[in-house]
Design a protein around this ligand. Sequence first.
Ligand code: ADP
Ligand code: MG
Length: 245
Amino acid sequence: MRLEIDNLSRTYGTQRALDGLSLALPEDIRCLALIGPSGGGKSTLLRHIGGLEVPETGHIRVNGEELPRDEEGLRAYRKRNGFLFQSYNLFPHLTALENITLPLIHVHQHTRESAREIASKQLERFGLAAHGEKYPSQLSGGQQQRVALIRAIAANPGILFLDEPTAALDPEMTVEVLELIRELIRDGQQILLCTHEMGFAQAVSDRIAFVASGRIVECAPAQQLFEKPVDETVRRFLSRVLEFR
Ligand code: ADP
Ligand code: MG
């Protein structure tokens, strides 16, 4: 994906979540990770790029196209993309398979048969075929989140937006989910990811943007940002969060 953001601001009450944020990524990026301190503005930025919120001021261009501002245009834009958040993603009263087919039928106008075929294929692809008829409560947290990921990619999204997809999971389950995300990236999926998983961000992202106080403090290729951060705030943050690894 190519991304140009110009002077983006967003205030909630008296809280400035985004403060004239700008970012230019004219090259084609496969995976962009947003990292930085809690409350820095990562999720707000992700929601704006994903078309879940309309900018108060500023512009966002994704792949050369200015994001729509009208509800109908935004709905169409969101439909072309996929989303996954921290947790509580699945409908508890539907099986894993039904969770995946539901949006295919109701949002993407697939027939029931075609939706079931897509869902079964994707469950198979990611080693979850045996769990299709189970309800979320019968699955582990990692399995639930993998089903939610499959639901998010079932309709071939242009960009997959992931906001701390493993934050609510145990280490083992985190690994299951990260492996799936890495596989998606290898298969060509474009991803925008907010994460606290520094090792993962470094391993899979082409670019990492450090977001703090509603701005991009530094944006660089992963290795460069982790090994030679230019900004003092980034340096301090990284040395703190990497201290016990
Ligand atoms: P991050 O994802 O980096 O932790 P957020 O984007 O969630 O940061 O938040 C940035 C700031 O905006 C925080 O101070 C947060 O409290 C505030 N904020 C975000 N969303 C809302 C909202 N819907 N209502 C009120 N304040 C919000
Ligand atoms: Mg967040």
